[in-house]
Design a protein around this ligand. Structure first.
Ligand code: M6R
Length: 359
């Protein structure tokens, strides 16, 4: 039932604050005391390998950044279809992420991995093939996702995943419980931030999309914790608008991708308040590129408006290890609006299936 929404993608984007609030209500009290992790019954781990595809891989990159930066745990993110080129050391826990739990590349990757590695599944379908194959399962609790483009499942994967790794780090003594409490408190404000981001984006995105819709291609830039969101924004544009969209670390621009920037080339910058993004923005503008900043206070499409006396993990002070989660809302809305203005079906892009069960 679409209710007042014009399509499933719009509905699922709108549902995100509620999904995050629901997830946090389930896991909040079990995060800072380590009990989420203990309840999974998995052995301790020294390394983590995240295995996934597409949007789930981007969620995995956010989770990997979190476990690395908070716990110093060596972590690999592995594109599921490339697993045979990866060597996993002893003591590695495999975190397999799949909204559907039926993605053939992910299931095949697990078949190819050594049985010694315990597998934790993060999925929206707890009776899926992935869940059956795993040693323990984390439910995303995103509810049914009908649109082919993954939206609310991404944010649910991120929130369930980062709270689970925070819990694991507390349980293993790598993270102080008081720090975990502060991190979870920061996440608790996410529903409100996402809802506010959607209101601003609804106002600004239609005109932005109209300005850039005739461009043949798009560049998305980010840095550090902002990078998975840039990659996610680019994937959504490709999948829905059939336009090329490349995501690049901002620092890599000068090593090649800048050559793509010409008069009017749209360059979407995920701005999480890192001043080092400014030099990339200046390089793009010097070549005539059309810069759209998304995320930070004062950007073209801000995802957050911080009070001057903010004392939490807000942008502009220290960045949360999971980066600018709320920035995904304007990125999803931009991709959807662009696709609609180009006459594309946002719920059923051509040649795309809800879950990819072939390899
Ligand atoms: O069901 P999965 O999470 O395993 O699907 C993986 C990808 O096929 C999927 O995330 C795809 O990239 C999305 N449709 C992108 O919006």
């Amino acid at each position: 039932d679409l209710g007042a929404h014009p399509d499933h993608m719009a509905k699922e984007i709108d549902e995100q604050p509620g999904v995050v609030a629901d997830v946090l209500a389930r896991v909040r009290h079990r995060t800072a005391d380590g009990s989420t992790w203990v309840g999974l019954g998995l052995p301790p781990f020294d390394r983590l390998a995240v295995v996934a595809c597409g949007t789930s891989l981007h969620a995995g990159q956010v989770i990997a950044n979190t476990v690395r930066s908070l716990g110093g745990v060596p972590t690999d993110t592995v594109v599921a279809s490339e697993v045979e080129h990866v060597v996993l050391g002893p003591g590695t826990l495999v975190l397999a992420i799949s909204q559907s739990g039926e993605t053939a590349d992910v299931l095949r990757a697990l078949d190819r991995l050594d049985d010694r590695h315990p597998v934790l599944a993060l999925t929206n379908h707890v009776h899926s093939s992935l869940a059956r194959r795993a040693d323990a399962v984390l439910d995303c609790h995103a509810g049914p996702e009908v649109g082919v483009a993954a939206t609310k499942s991404f944010t649910a994967q991120v929130v369930v995943g980062v709270t689970a790794v925070v819990s694991a780090l507390v349980a293993s003594g790598r993270l102080e419980p008081s720090r975990a409490v502060a991190l979870v408190d920061d996440l608790a404000r996410l529903p409100e931030r996402m809802a506010a981001a959607a209101v601003v984006a609804a106002d600004r995105v239609p005109l932005l999309a109209a300005t850039v819709r005739d461009a043949p291609g798009f560049l998305f830039l980010g840095r550090g914790p902002g990078l998975p969101y840039a990659a996610e924004g680019a994937l959504k544009v490709k999948e829905l608008s059939y336009r090329w969209a490349e995501a690049s670390p901002a620092g890599e621009l000068k090593h090649g991708p800048l050559a793509l920037v010409d008069d009017g080339t749209p360059v979407v910058v995920v701005d999480h308040g890192d001043p080092r993004l400014q030099s990339a923005i200046a390089e793009v503008r010097a070549r005539g590129g059309f810069v759209v900043t998304i995320g930070g206070a004062g950007s073209d499409v801000p995802a957050v408006a911080r009070p001057a006396d903010a004392t939490d993990l807000a942008w502009g002070r220290s960045v949360a290890p999971w980066g600018p989660i709320e920035a995904v809302v304007p990125l999803q809305m931009l991709a959807r609006e662009l696709a609609l203005q180009l006459g594309c079906d946002v719920d059923k892009p051509h040649d795309r299936a809800r879950s990819v069960t072939v390899r």
